[in-house]
Structure formats: C-alpha cells, structure tokens
Write a protein that binds this ligand. Structure first.
Ligand SMILES: [Zn+2]
Length: 411
C-alpha cells in the first residue's frame, strides 16, 4: 500500500514535470525531446504521454518536417484541457477571472466589494455571499465547468495559506478569523488555494510574463494600503507567518498623519490612495488643487485618484508638485529596498501609476539619489502592464503552480 502510494506520487510528479516542460518551452517538442529534457526513460515518456492525451491535457500535432524516417509528432498542451478560476478582493473591488490551461484569460468580472457598502459596516456574510456569487458566475463562464481544475483566492490582510485561514484585514473590520478555503471548497467541490492578495499578483508576472522563471524582482502595489512582494530565486518571500513585505508600515516621515496600525508617519499614511485623497481634500479647505476640485464636479466627496491623475497629465501646476512629493517619498522607501535586495526589476502597480513615465522618472531620480551606483545600474523600474484584475489573474496562476506542484521544480 505504502509502496504503491510512493509510486503513484512519483508518477504524478513525472507527469507534472512533463506538463511544466511543455508549458514553459517556446519550441515544438517531440517525445524524444521530452526524454532528453526530463531525463526519464522512453517507456515512461510513452506511457505518460498516452495517459495525458487520453485525459485531454495534451494533444499531438503532426510534424511538417519531412526528414527521412518516421515523422515525430509534437506534443502540445491542450488549451481547453482544464480551466483555472481566480478571485481577488480588497476593500474596494472584487475581481474574478477564468483562465485556460495555457494562461489565456477567457472571462473576467469586476464589482465593487459589498456593492459599495462602506467597508466599516460590511459584515463577513456579505463578502462571503459575494465571493460565492462571483465564483458561481465565473464557473458558468468556463467553457466546460467539469474541467475546472481549481479556484485560487487572493485574500486581503494576513492569511495562513496552509490552513486556508484568513486572520483579518484592517480595512474591513468585520472580516476576521475565517476558514475561507474550506468554506469555498465545500460549497463548490473544487480544490481551493489561498494566499495574500498582493502576493498572488506576482504570480501573474512569474507565470504569464516570465514563463515560470523570473528574475529577482520586487512588486509594489499602492491601493488602500501599500505592500511589497519579493520574488527571490524564483520563489515568493513570505516570511514564516506570511507577513513579509509590509513596506506600508515603514516609517518614512516624522509627519503627524496616523496610520491604520496606530503609528504615525508610515508610508501608508503618506502616499496610499486614501492618504493622497486626504491631502487633496485638506488642500480644498485652503483653496488649493482647484483643477482636481473641478474634475470632481466641485464635490469634495466625489474626488478620486483618477481626477488627480488627470490633473497631473494636464500639467496642472499644483497637482504636478504633489506628484513630485509622492515620487520623492516613494523613491526614498524604494531606495532602502533596492540597496538591501538589489533586485533587477521593480514593478509598480496601482492607479497612481497611470500618470506614466513622468511619475516613473521622478521615482527613478529619487531612487538614484539614494542607492549605490552598482545597484541602480542594472535596475529597471516600470509600471505593471496588467490591469485592475491582476490579483485575480495571479490567483488563477496560483492554482496552476499549486495543482501541478510547479513551485518545487527547476526546469
Ligand atoms: Zn502603519
């Protein structure tokens, strides 16, 4: 019995490894190529490929090459061999996607979290209901519901991925101590995986941009809070409890703004989206940021980051000045990270970065001021090319990584 299960595990591992090689290769691969690349025997390759073809995970494509002898056939991943569902949310938005086996997004949906009910009054049941509802619609939109491999969820705040447990999230006080993975797994009957919502965003990069083999990079997201996720040696750096990357709570200023953690002068309380909006609203009181005020329909309650972004793009002097202050603050925080971790890439995600290169150049200059030349020379600072659904895409990629055990492999 025991021996059997070891053999089964070994076989699953081998199959997953073949899937991984096929997924990450940019070339056409035959059975012989797979044998060379995996180091497995030809009989293993023949048996495993036959099974995978029978299960619809891969298919054969006839080779056009007319060399002498028997033509080899290319083995390809069947895009419709399975589907991954991803969901991600924070205090503002909830997103879902359906992705096929080769990473193409087939369906996506975005809604306001709890239909826009103020996050302080939201009850966990409302969020759970919305999760179930959006997941149900996503499943209905998969071309074959029976072939959904798993559901990945990017959950805000602190989570225990192994236990599938969400400790809580400061922006939605009611969301606390929830066994979210088991709840969804039981109601859908589909394997579920959870991870912090910003952490999963990096998986979208790792799998869809870098084909599973990423450089060391740092991903920084600014929304209601600021979080940084590091990918080092191709793995997420989460810390033992999963609490790594809290750059939002690094004290960057001696200023008097209070942060959600109760301290003063954190990066979050200086430049997160809500903090920036507060600065702008304070400006309204003393008749500044008039262009932003106009764009918000002369209603302070309507002001959004989008209005600020537009005012900067129009060249409004006060808004540009504010953008430079934000870039300076963010640049100083990033410089600490770059000097310590020396990543080859910093990817910035969030609505503020819609300002584009003008903002990025200011950030680059601020970083350059404070890091050693060697660490700046090979550094790229860029904005994320994914849209607002990046968390849901990353959550879907997490299913791929977990289900096929890709994270344990070196290809
Ligand atoms: Zn703080």
């Amino acid at each position: 019995m025991r021996k059997e299960s070891i053999l089964t595990n070994r076989k699953i591992y081998k199959r997953n490894r073949l899937m991984e090689i096929l997924r990450c290769s940019n070339q056409n691969l035959s059975r012989f190529d797979l044998k060379k690349m995996s180091g497995y025997s030809m009989s293993s390759i023949l048996e495993l490929s036959r099974e995978m073809i029978e299960e619809g995970l891969i298919y054969e494509e006839e080779c056009e090459d007319s060399r002498v002898g028997r033509k080899p056939a290319w083995l390809k991943i069947n895009p419709d061999g399975g589907y991954y569902v991803g969901l991600e949310f924070n205090a503002q938005y909830m997103n879902t996607v359906v992705m096929n086996l080769v990473g193409t997004i087939l369906y996506k949906e975005t809604r306001e979290t709890a239909d826009g009910v103020s996050s302080h009054r939201v009850k966990p049941e409302q969020i759970l209901e919305q999760i179930q509802d959006m997941l149900e619609i996503a499943q209905q939109n998969a071309p074959d519901r029976g072939r959904i491999i798993g559901i990945g969820m990017g959950i805000p705040g602190y989570v225990d991925s192994e236990k599938g447990y969400s400790y809580g999230y400061s922006r939605i006080p009611g969301w606390k101590d929830i066994m979210i993975r088991d709840l969804v797994q039981e109601s859908t009957g589909i394997p579920c995986y959870i991870q912090n919502n910003v952490s999963v965003m990096t998986l979208a990069y790792k799998w869809l941009n870098y084909n599973g083999n990423s450089n060391d990079f740092v991903f920084l997201s600014i929304r209601t809070g600021i979080r940084m996720v590091t990918l080092s040696n191709n793995r997420l750096v989460t810390g033992k409890g999963g609490f790594a990357g809290e750059i939002g709570h690094v004290r960057i200023s001696n200023g008097g703004r209070i942060c959600s953690c109760g301290r003063y002068g954190c990066l979050n309380s200086e430049i997160s989206d809500p903090s920036l909006l507060n600065i702008i609203k304070e400006g309204f009181q003393v008749h500044h940021y008039q262009r932003i005020y106009e764009l918000a329909g002369e209603n302070e309650d309507n002001v959004k980051i989008e209005h600020y972004v537009q005012a900067v793009l129009e060249g409004d002097e006060e808004s540009v000045k504010l953008m430079k202050v934000v870039a300076g603050t963010l640049g100083r925080a990033l410089a600490l990270v770059v000097n310590i971790l020396a990543p080859s890439e910093v990817v910035l995600s969030g609505k503020q970065f819609e300002i584009g290169e003008v903002f990025l150049d200011e950030i680059r200059n601020a970083v350059k001021e404070e890091v050693i030349a060697q660490n700046f020379r090979n550094l790229r600072i860029k904005k994320s090319e994914f849209g607002g659904e990046i968390g849901a895409i990353g959550a879907a990629c997490m299913v791929m990584e977990e289900y096929f055990s890709y994270q344990d492999m070196e290809v």
